[in-house]
Design a protein around this ligand. Structure first.
Ligand code: GZL
Length: 343
């Protein structure tokens, strides 16, 4: 039995939530099931939620880290139901397998808000709202940037790409992979020579990159890392072989694309190790507080809404890109911009 530790933020962070721990009904109790702690992005997203749902703001937060296992998320949600929390929030590790659990929450008349990644359920009324990223658009922006970059350099020949995917069947992986595969169909000279999941972690990203280098060696021109932590691992693996991470793919460099735009990821983007970084905004906390307060006051919230996101690079030649039917400015990175980032 993991002892229930009530952290300073007034949230308990335990898998076996203590049923004897009486809920303070003056506060709105939120049961939050988080994917895990697999990446810098995930830590930032958890911090955003814990900084927002505080007793000072009128909340009691029960926060559960599922350690990247859906069965742990389902167990936590059932415990939230037993505790009769006021709201359940879930960042679902994968999209499938949620119907029964959400039906149980509906029977208990507890509103559910899905955060970040999505659930694929037969009946969308099983959850009150979803707020998250447009992962396919993130991928479209990254691919549009690569296309503009290759055009600016006059590279028309074959470009061999490996895809270090995220957690398979997670919305982020589904969207980012789909965008790359669509771009590879659209541009005759783009060639995806390999893909494998890096599970959004540095260790697995490095392991996959090592395997890809052994298999494809000098043939690799571009690595499409589906999050920053995979890119951190990929850079280590590439540099261990003596190859250079950079933009001169015509001279043997390996160009890296990444997602999340964490502080560490943006630092590597500023110094050119990562060529372009598509933001995945982790700052859900304040938006979720606003949504709960609206609901508490009898208001309604959009059933589905996207969180705003940008795309970053240090390469001045690409100032804007055209993706997902819209033009997006590319934010040119500076150190002070990175220093000023909340997460
Ligand atoms: C995306 C999020 C992904 C991040 C990864 O919204 O679900 O999961 O891109 C994280 O860093 O592990």
């Amino acid at each position: 039995m993991i002892a229930t530790a009530v952290l300073l933020c007034g949230c308990s962070d335990s898998r076996d939530i203590n049923k004897d721990n009486p809920i303070n009904r003056e506060l709105i109790t939120i049961g939050f099931s988080q994917v895990g702690a697999e990446s810098d992005w995930r830590l930032a997203a958890s911090e955003s939620v814990q900084n927002a749902f505080t007793p000072e703001n009128g909340f009691n937060l029960i926060f559960d880290n599922a350690q990247q296992k859906q069965e742990n998320q389902i167990k936590a949600v059932r415990e939230f139901i037993d505790q009769n929390v006021d709201y359940i929030m879930i960042d679902p590790i994968t999209e499938i397998g949620w119907d029964t659990t959400l039906e149980e929450a509906k029977e208990a008349a507890i509103p559910v808000i899905i955060v970040d990644r999505r659930v694929a359920v037969k009946d969308d009324s099983l959850y009150t709202a979803w707020i998250g990223s447009d992962f396919e658009e993130e991928g479209e922006k990254a691919c549009a940037w690569l296309k503009a970059f290759l055009d600016a350099k006059g590279i028309k020949g074959r470009v061999n790409i490996v895809d270090i995917q995220g957690t398979i069947d997670s919305s982020a992986q589904i969207g980012r992979t789909k965008a790359l595969e669509a771009a590879a169909k659209r541009y005759y000279n783009w060639n995806i020579i390999g893909k494998d999941t890096g599970e959004f972690t540095k260790a697995k990203g490095r392991e996959v990159m090592e395997k890809m280098l052994k298999t494809y060696g000098d043939a690799i021109d571009v690595v499409y890392c589906e999050n920053d932590n995979e890119a951190f691992g990929a850079i280590e693996a590439i540099e261990n072989t003596g190859r250079h991470v950079g933009e001169n793919i015509e001279n043997g460099d390996i160009l890296l694309i990444s997602f999340d735009a964490t502080r560490a990821g943006l630092t590597l983007t500023l110094n050119g190790n990562i060529a372009v970084n598509a933001e995945c905004n982790p700052d859900y906390g304040p938006k979720l507080v606003e949504m709960v307060n609206t609901l508490e006051n009898g208001g309604t919230v959009p059933h589905d809404q996207f969180i705003e996101e940008e795309i970053f690079s240090a390469k001045e030649e690409i100032k804007s890109i055209y993706a997902g039917g819209e033009r997006s400015d590319v934010t040119l990175l500076t150190q002070e911009f990175i220093d000023g980032r909340k997460y």
